[in-house]
Design a protein around this ligand. Sequence first.
Ligand code: GLC
Length: 475
Amino acid sequence: MKKILFVASECVPFVSSGGLGDVIGSLPAALKKEYGDKADIRVMIPLYAQIGETYREKMELLCHFDVPLAWRRQYCGVLSLIKDGITYYFLDNEYYFKRQSLYGSFDDGERYAFFCRAALESLQRIDFIPDILHAHDWQSALTVVYLKYKYGLVPEYSGIKTVFTIHNIQYQGIYDKAILGDVFDIPNSDEAVLEYDGCINLMKGAIVCADRVTTVSPTYAKEILSPQFSHGLHYVLEQNKGKLCGILNGIDTSYYDPASDTELYANYSARSLKGKRADKEELQKLMGLPADPDIPVLAVISRLVDHKGIDLITLAADDILQKELQLIVLGTGDSYYEQFFACLAERYPRKAAVRFAFDKSLAKKIYAGADIFLMPSRSEPCGLAQMIASRYGAVPLVRETGGLYDSIHDIGCPGGGNGYTFAPYSVWELYQAVGRALEGYSRKESWETLVKTVMRWDFSWKKSAKQYIKQVYGL
Ligand code: GLC
């Protein structure tokens, strides 16, 4: 029996701020399906204040103990619950995790150092020593480093192998060197493992220490070896290239299923799109736009930040809105972009509608009601929105980068594709691609065929779960 422990900073359905939470909430179940009885897969996350009562009621307190963190001794409670055959552990410390938001506190370095140290301290106490500890992104990176540098002499832990997954290389956990001894409890003599460019860099430490490093698409795995995408880490990755691979994420196709989704006004499937037409009309009404089945609805659901290509959308918006279409934007992010879209909706009240929120229920209504889904990211490790949009029959229009390149192929490709793509990062290219998509939309019959093809495209975890088992967990 293979024992695998995921350590991460968020997990659907308990608490999530984006794609990372989706992956942690769906990959373990997919692995379990493939392994059958041959694996025991568990997940460990912080017990944030944001985790709701419905889950807390079901949790059981397993143990509590003090965690050493340099000169500190901090309480940690371990709670657990089992959901769909997966055991979840929640590490409790209100001082660190009862905050307004998941990230962005002045002491995030200390909070996640605590989490990582507590995770390792808990293993013996919960009697689950994994064969593989799979850590995700910088918040969990120290588990990989600690295992080597702090727990190397603990015999029970000596067999644990580590996998580190980069979900987004932009966020590395970079701190002043003073944090090393005072918080991380790592002596200066071991500084080299975490030092990068004059700072302490948690992601770098995990890349160096992990037995395997993965990222969330094959193309991103290549891209991050170059300075254009690496946010400074290309040297370290080049040196550790031999243990790096990219595996495309999947989505939970039963959670994202227009045939059974209770958030939708009407359900539908690739067999009949009648329900989708009703959802479109409801969406138009909900957003205060004229309810017209013939007008194509373009949607953006995204964090409103640079790397998502939002600047291209802002620059193309006026020209695009000269055409007969409606544009719906949902997301939160940089105030510059929020202001831009608020003005846009005022200037085009019958054509553009925006909501600034992280709202999963509204997002599903938009995926269902939209005809075309825009995702012109400057860089995209994997991207899940294009897969979710496909599942709901909103044809993706993406820029060819990272996981977008690996998941969406232009309909002009030999053998046919599942969306519209463009490569150079330019407003003109985006504008052209939108023009092609609108032309496609105007040919009703072939459009419906495309929508059905897109909906049937396999974005489940099946293939990727198999790859993890073969290429990564086999080590
Ligand atoms: C990050 C990436 C996104 C990816 C997700 C899950 O949020 O930005 O591209 O899909 O992680 O791996």
